[in-house]
Design a protein around this ligand. Structure first.
Ligand SMILES: [Zn+2]
Length: 169
C-alpha cells in the first residue's frame, strides 16, 4: 500500500506540538512545529537572536538566504540554523515514530534553502526517534520544491511520506 499523508496533512503536521507552552503560533496555539521551523518563525528567531535588529532582505526568501550566508561567519546565525535543524529533526522523529515511513521528503523553498542542514536534521531525528523505525526511514529533500510552493506550503517545509506497508488502508 502507498500512503501519501502529505500534501493534504503537512499543514497539520506543522501544528503538532513541539514545545508545550512554547512560541505563539499563528493558529492560536503555542509551541507548534511551525512556530519554530516555518520560514517566518526562523526569521523571527534570528531577529530575536540579533537582539531585535531586523534581518536584512525584502522578503522571506531573501531573509532566509541572508541567514544562511551569515552562518558562515556568525555564531549567532549558526546557532539559529543549528536549532532549526534540531527542531525539524524532532518533528521528523515524531512522524517516523507515528507512521514508520519508508521515506520522509522535505520540500518547499525553505527546505531547499536550508538543504545544507539535512545531515543535522537526520542526526537530530536519530536522537529523538525510536531506533527501528528510524533505521528504516530515509530523510530526503524533495526535488520538486517548486511543486511544493504551488501547493501553498511556502511557509512550511512539507513532509511527504511514501511508504510501503507502514500503514494499512
Ligand atoms: Zn500552530
Amino acid at each position: 500500500a502507498t500512503y501519501r499523508g502529505a500534501s493534504s496533512s503537512a499543514g497539520e503536521w506543522g501544528h503538532t506540538t513541539l514545545v508545550y507552552g512554547g512560541r505563539a503560533c499563528r493558529c492560536g496555539a503555542r509551541g507548534c512545529l511551525e512556530a519554530y521551523v516555518g520560514a517566518e518563525a526562523i526569521i523571527d528567531r534570528y531577529r530575536e537572536a540579533r537582539r531585535g535588529r531586523p534581518v536584512p532582505g525584502e522578503d522571506e526568501e531573501s531573509q532566509i538566504a541572508a541567514l544562511v550566508a551569515a552562518a558562515e561567519t556568525s555564531a549567532t546565525a549558526r546557532r539559529v540554523l543549528d536549532d532549526t535543524a534540531g527542531y525539524l529533526g524532532a518533528g521528523v522523529a515524531n512522524l517516523i515514530n507515528l507512521f514508520n515511513p519508508e521515506r520522509v521528503v522535505l520540500g518547499g523553498w525553505a527546505a531547499m534553502a536550508l538543504g545544507d542542514l539535512l545531515p543535522a536534521v537526520r542526526e537530530a531525528a536519530g536522537r529523538q526517534a525510536l531506533r527501528q523505525p528510524y533505521e528504516q526511514a530515509s530523510i530526503e529533500l524533495c526535488r520538486l520544491g517548486v511543486d511544493a510552493v504551488a501547493l501553498g506550503a511556502a511557509t512550511l517545509p512539507i513532509a511527504r511520506f511514501l511508504t510501503e506497508g507502514g500503514i494499512r488502508r
